[in-house]
Design a protein around this ligand. Sequence first.
Ligand code: FAD
Length: 326
Amino acid sequence: MATWLRIPSMKVTEHFRRAKSTLFSIEILPPLKGASIQSIFDGIDPLVEFNPSFIDVTYHREEYIQRKNRKGELKRVKIRKRPGTVGISAAIQARYKIDTVPHMICGGFSLEETENALLDLHFLGINNVLALQGDMIKADGKFIPHPDGHTYANELVEQIVDMNKGKYLDSELQNVDKTDYCIGVAGYPEKHFACDDLDIDLVNLKRKVDAGAEYIVTQMFYDNQKFFNFAVRCRKAGINVPIIPGLKPIATKKQLEVLPRIFYVDIPEDLRKAVEACKDNDAVKQVGVEWAIQQSKELIDFGALCLHFYTMGRSEQTRAIAKAIF
Ligand code: FAD
């Protein structure tokens, strides 16, 4: 472990074990390329007083754009618009002494690139990762794996577990340093969009847990009953690791259409009507906060170990919710 950096890196599961009440965690995304890391700190600073147990940092894969080459010809090139997950994770741990959970994705990575990224994190003293398939490149229309990479998150979990056992891709390496990752994975109370049936999706979720994932963070949802049903069905399917609800307060009228389309989540009728009745997005934000406070209270009563907030770098609503709850 990188003790010289004097950073904490406690495993997420250790936070759960030590918790005396429901924990608070947040998720941020790297800024667009060219922006300063200060924008990340500005999004975290207002939330520090609520003691987030860990901060997830998303990973964003490459996208296609049209760009002129030196000869002035328009060419389709792949670029990463939000790089920096590893560096941001290390910078947050060093600055705030709060554990980070960088996301690792299958898409766009060969097995070797995955191994190298995991080594970077290991050398930086980061012992948590969330293992994901990763979003497709929009222009591809479906998820296309790297020719030398993983297709599904359970395969990525297996690779990380192998490294924890000291098994690297090059089996001839001698005296290898074992990594020590606590691995989380994603779950979908309203089913993953690419799967026809929630029961099959749960079989696939169980594959990730059987491979070594120690906890699940869910996709956002606005109807708690969907989360409660999901938790019950997970237990029936033999998935016994902690399930952490993911929450994202609604902030604009446009999200009534965007969130179901992008994240395949339902907006309950009461919430929809309340948002539609708002005269502007300031009023929508207030409705979003009140809805999330109510969700949070019920989830705490249900026994949620931790509430995970998708802040997307904007802290105002999450701060208002945290003030009321933590
Ligand atoms: P998987 O678990 O691999 O599942 C994908 C689909 O394949 C599902 O339909 C599943 O049922 C099916 N499946 C799984 N395993 C198998 C198998 N072995 N055989 C056949 N079918 C299988 N995206 C990003 O790009 N970057 C991020 O940082 C990011 N963070 C996220 C955080 C959370 C908490 C969540 C919920 C999602 C996040 N996403 C992120 C989005 C995620 O990458 C997409 O939802 C992706 O489409 C699925 O990822 P997964 O890890 O759940 O995939």
